[in-house]
Design a protein around this ligand. Structure first.
Ligand code: HSE
Length: 416
């Protein structure tokens, strides 16, 4: 029989209020929020004053509180709260993807050292149960790839601007008003938020702890009408899609960038704030999960599901990390992209290994071809500063040819 949990909640913003509502409107669930710690003393709150505290130690030092739910904005302060709670032997649920992605290693160790559970389903994919699906269902199967749409705000903006011809600022404002965007929406539109989510997913899908600064994220801020026209003439939609892929040498490559999505791709019809995750297993093939990737109630529901799992003593086992399912992470890979540039200086800087299409009218210039991911990573700031646009033309990450032909030769030797 599950025991009744006493919850100390940090943060009462969009997701905190969503959790409060979802919890109080769920039948048969045994958990109470006994205290809520908030920062702003001037804000009117929709809950009894007795529930509110401005002092985090009131929650952290209360021996009656067995679960901490951390739903604040500030990633540094979130880490202080979560690490202190874990050290005090309290279980924690969090939705803070930035804090998790930056501190995965420490948080993994803190759970082991203190024999406590840290759950974070709401941190990636909103209400899509992707982390538990990877942890439990795909706990042993070797995965080939996990890709998808991991950010509701940018998907909402792309849907509204491309399909419905709203202006970018209006679409962004709507995403903010609906509670989809981060408090600093740069995290969404420049692709940091989906990158943090990709890093969390990579740990559960491939067992790797990867540092955020090693992964390329390109967002949608430099998207131009010409890019939209190019894509739509070919029948593609533009989506911001992280791709996490196992390579022939058992390493894993990751890129977070816009991509041209064909009608045959499951992500083609994932619109507005919805997210979609495609999991490709070695034996099971392709699976597709879709759901609301952002918003108060869907995210609150994911947090509630973690609280419920805690009441049954659930912990992530990180089996793929323990079993070393992938050997390493690498950026020495090739991706095929559409690259809109301004001047020759741009293509001298960002050099392509192979070009399959080229257009140059002075006002509008682009190349479609293969480029090393490291070249894009090195020139990320240059691309953004000069308003150049990069979009994947497919969802494939390949090993660079030197490495893959070496592997092919080695395989041949073994077969002979
Ligand atoms: N800003 C995030 C998004 C919220 O738009 O996806 C959910 O993580």
């Amino acid at each position: 029989m599950a025991k009744k949990l006493k919850i100390g909640l940090f943060g009462f913003g969009c997701v905190g209020q969503g959790l409060y509502y979802v919890l109080n409107n769920s039948t048969g669930f045994k958990a109470d929020i006994v205290k809520i710690a908030v920062k702003d003393k001037t804000k009117d709150r929709s809950v009894s004053k007795d529930l509110i505290t401005f002092d985090k130690s009131v929650i952290l030092n209360d021996p009656e509180i067995d679960v901490i739910v951390e739903l604040i904005d500030d990633a540094d302060e979130a880490f202080n709260i979560v690490s202190e709670a874990l050290k005090k032997g309290k279980h924690v649920v969090t939705a803070n993807k930035k804090m998790l992605a930056i501190h995965l290693e420490e948080l993994y160790k803190l759970q082991q050292q203190n024999n406590v559970s840290l759950l974070y389903e709401a941190s990636a994919g909103g209400s899509i149960p992707i982390i538990r699906t990877l942890e439990e269902y795909f706990d042993n199967e070797e995965l080939e790839k996990v890709s998808g749409i991991f950010n509701g705000t940018t998907n909402y903006i792309l849907t509204k601007t491309i399909n419905e011809k709203l202006s970018y600022p209006v679409a962004l404002k709507q995403a903010q008003e609906k509670g989809f965007a981060e408090s600093d929406p740069t995290n969404d539109v420049e692709g940091y938020d989906p990158k943090f989510k990709a890093i969390i997913i990579a740990l559960h899908a491939f067992g790797l702890i990867i540092k955020p600064e090693e992964v390329l994220n390109i967002g949608i801020t430099t998207l131009h009408e010409n890019d939209i026209k190019y894509a739509s003439e070919k029948g593609y939609k533009i989506k911001l899609t992280p791709v996490i892929q196992r390579l022939e040498n058992d390493k894993v490559g990751i890129i977070v960038a816009p991509s041209f999505v064909k009608e045959t791709n499951q992500l083609f019809n994932v619109e507005n704030e919805f997210n979609g995750v495609i999991v490709e297993g070695k034996f099971s093939g392709e699976q597709f999960l879709q759901g609301r990737g952002a918003g108060s109630y869907p995210t609150g529901a994911a947090v509630l599901s973690d609280i419920s799992a805690l009441s049954h003593g659930y912990k992530y086992e990180y089996k793929k990390h323990v079993q070393k399912h992938a050997s390493d992470f690498t950026n020495d890979v090739i991706v095929e992209v559409y690259f809109r540039y301004n001047s020759n200086a741009d293509i001298e800087k960002i050099t392509f290994d192979e070009v399959s299409e080229k257009y140059n009218s002075g006002d509008y210039n682009y190349i479609v071809g293969k480029v090393n991911l490291q070249t894009l990573l090195t020139n990320r700031e240059y691309i953004l500063k000069n308003k150049l646009f990069v979009s994947l033309v497919n969802d494939k990450i390949s090993l660079n040819t030197k490495i893959s032909s070496k592997i092919a030769k080695e395989k041949q030797l073994v077969n002979n």
